[in-house]
Design a protein around this ligand. Sequence first.
Ligand SMILES: NC(=O)c1ccc[n+]([C@@H]2O[C@H](COP(=O)([O-])OP(=O)(O)OC[C@H]3O[C@@H](n4cnc5c(N)ncnc54)[C@H](O)[C@@H]3O)[C@@H](O)[C@H]2O)c1
Length: 400
Amino acid sequence: MADRKLKLGVVGLGRGFTVLLPTLAFHPRLEIVAAADARPEARERFAADFGGQALESVEAMCAGADIDAVYIATPHFCHADHAVAAAQAGKHVLVEKPMALSIADCTRMIDAAATAKTHLLVGPSHSYDAPIVKARQIIESGEFGPLHMITGLNYTDFIYRPRRPDELDSSQGGGVVYSQAAHQIDVARYLAGGMIETIYATTGNYDPKRPTEGAYSAMLKFASGAVANLTFSGYGHFDSDEFCNWRGETGGQKNPANYGTARRSIRDLATMEDEGQFKADRGYGGPSAAPFPTQPPQGLSHEHFGLFMLSCRDADIRPMPESVRVYANDEIIEHPLDPPTVPRAEVIDELSAAILDGVASVHTGEWGRATFEACEAVYRSAEGGGEVRLSHQVVVGSNK
Ligand SMILES: NC(=O)c1ccc[n+]([C@@H]2O[C@H](COP(=O)([O-])OP(=O)(O)OC[C@H]3O[C@@H](n4cnc5c(N)ncnc54)[C@H](O)[C@@H]3O)[C@@H](O)[C@H]2O)c1
């Protein structure tokens, strides 16, 4: 069974797909056989790179291609319809974060997968990362007592990366709460057991030219008694990769001398349409796109989502790109991690284990819905809702 490869179709050949491309190209349990995208240039490039069928819609792809599963990397507002269409065609689904833009849509996706008896996973997100998994193992061992407090801090240039208009419109799923809290909250839930009871939060919308939430600060209280304080800013000033050995989010070495690159790259674009075109040109199939990788990227460390400090009774635990460092009572203990050979392999490991080997997943539809519920609660609290109580939470490794 371990030799069988998962036959995957991809819907949405944009930036998310490009980030996952080295994983899709080099993961040993994967075969990429088909794609669907609205852009002809992306379909042409897919046919050239993978030799597979590239069609215009998820429905056509699922009807025509011999695939086990579909990876959905279309804009946020498309996720629910595309996941339901794939499930109705009998295909397993890996859907990008955020899972959808409403609890009702998350539930619709979960129900469609249950009816079709297919798997529904949400990812990639940074709770798959090996340092986070190792940190959770250390916490779960109980050696350092209960987890009391999580501090998460991430400062990036998210708001100034080239965007489509809807990515700067919160009503269409834009802004950092849907896109980035979906990572930070996911990591905190994974480390603290999953069950958030309440959230109190504020959001920041600081640049009138980029009129969406670019920052938030949230306090999550867990059923376990642990508390997480999570702060994110996407305004491109301080870069918290400085706290992560100058490794970027995807594990590559970063040059601090490139300060301000994202802000400068969009400065001379007159309209949002120009910016959307600029993004598409750099995207898959565009004239300035990166070439197909001929080998897995070299010299990578593990991925991360900024600084996390996990305070247990007898230690502060710090997942880092190359190791997990434990600041215990009398000593500092370093747990080195082997570097990744295929980036984001953990995501395809979990997907292929679920589908090919029947191994239970962590990042199920129910898990994704619970993380989405928490993101939505950040908005509700920030809009005057005070401390918001949650009701769709699930524990790690359970769908109930
Ligand atoms: N996990 C990560 O590191 C990461 C990074 C970037 C993006 N993402 C996620 O990827 C998803 C897509 O974002 P993006 O930045 O790649 O956007 P994008 O605009 O770069 O790509 C979206 C692609 O979907 C295609 N598309 C749109 N509507 C379609 C439809 N109805 N049928 C078929 N194709 C359609 C577009 O032509 C485009 O190629 C989002 O969920 C985003 O959060 C994840």
